[in-house]
Design a protein around this ligand. Structure first.
Ligand code: NAP
Length: 284
């Protein structure tokens, strides 16, 4: 019988996960389908239990359900520390974790492909929301020196405290966005983990070319549009390593796919499906 997988969130109609996973199922000849379901926050528990009862193989969980879903699953150690999950495997053996957070692992994989080891690299991360949190825990595991700046500085501080109390290997500092012009001078890697620059506010950026140096690696987790204003500013500044959010999206999906099926999916097929859907870069 066809195996069903899906993503729950609200809103959900623009999710790229169905196109990405269905392309992988097709390429591998698996009898499976991946669908998107709009689930309001108050229904998260019912949705998870319902999907499990219906025999779904697994679910992805997206905004705004990643934290609330924790109560209804058995999260692994790292997602417990992060405080959010994005993948549930209904076929996990009884008593073993069945929920994971694949966002951070995906971001670290993308960065390592571009710069090699992250140990002692100075990473300036903008944002302290869901994506930033997941990335921060993995960066800390890699021994990076992390500075977290956020519009609401208090949230950056809370994230730093959470990182420190979880005993990772790297150094962490925090601040408000006003520290950006000085902090960026010492940075090897800049990560935009805020939603600034995302469709429809495509002309927004927190960092302009005049603040960037050529050796900086600029990674924007925003994938819609693919080439954000931040990445255009980086190009203007002569930055060689400019990384868009699509690879991270594909890698977090690929990790989930592996958890569900035990198979490493064809990354190139998934990436092509996403980039084709994003077309000129804009998903409306
Ligand atoms: P979130 O939890 O809502 O966090 C939003 C973050 O953006 C917060 O740090 C917020 O600061 C900051 N922010 C929002 N508007 C701002 C503004 N005008 N000026 C300065 N800071 C602002 O969202 P999220 O889930 O972390 O998602 C963030 C982005 O990452 C989205 O674009 C999402 O699509 C993308 N994402 C990409 C991937 C991928 O695989 N590539 C995965 C996950 C998420 P405050 O705390 O001050 O509000």
């Amino acid at each position: 019988m066809k195996k069903v997988y899906g993503v729950i969130g609200d809103p959900i109609e623009h999710s790229l996960s169905p196109v990405m996973h269905n392309a992988a199922f097709e390429a591998l000849g698996l009898d499976a389908i991946y669908l998107a379901f709009r689930v309001p926050l108050q229904n998260v528990g019912n949705a998870i239990r319902g999907a499990e009862s219906l025999g779904f193989g697994g679910l992805n969980v997206t905004v705004p359900l990643k934290e609330a879903a924790m109560r209804f699953v058995r999260p692994d150690e790292l997602s417990k520390r992060i405080g959010a999950i994005n993948t549930i495997n209904f076929e996990a053996p009884e008593g073993e974790p069945n929920a994971f957070n694949t966002d951070g692992i995906a971001a670290v994989r993308v960065l390592k492909e571009n710069v090699g080891s992250l140990t002692k690299k100075n990473v300036l991360m903008l944002g302290a929301g869901g994506a930033a949190k997941a990335i921060a825990f993995y960066l800390q595991n890699e021994g990076a020196r992390l500075v977290i700046l956020n519009r609401t500085a208090k949230r950056a501080k809370e994230l730093m405290e959470r990182l420190l109390s979880s005993g990772g290997a790297g150094e962490v500092a925090w601040g408000g966005l006003e520290e950006l012009p000085t902090r960026i001078k010492e940075a090897d890697i800049l990560i935009n983990a805020t939603s600034v620059g995302m469709y429809p506010n495509v002309e927004e950026t927190l960092v302009t070319a005049d603040l960037m140096h050529k050796d900086l690696v600029v990674f924007d987790v925003v994938y819609n549009p693919v080439e954000t204003r931040l990445l255009r500013e980086a190009k203007k500044a002569g930055v060689r390593h400019r990384i868009d959010g699509v690879k991270m999206l594909v890698y977090q999906g690929a990790e989930a796919f592996k958890i569900w099926t035990g198979i490493s999916p064809p990354i190139d097929v998934m990436e092509r499906a996403v980039r084709e859907r994003l077309g000129g870069g804009m998903e409306k």
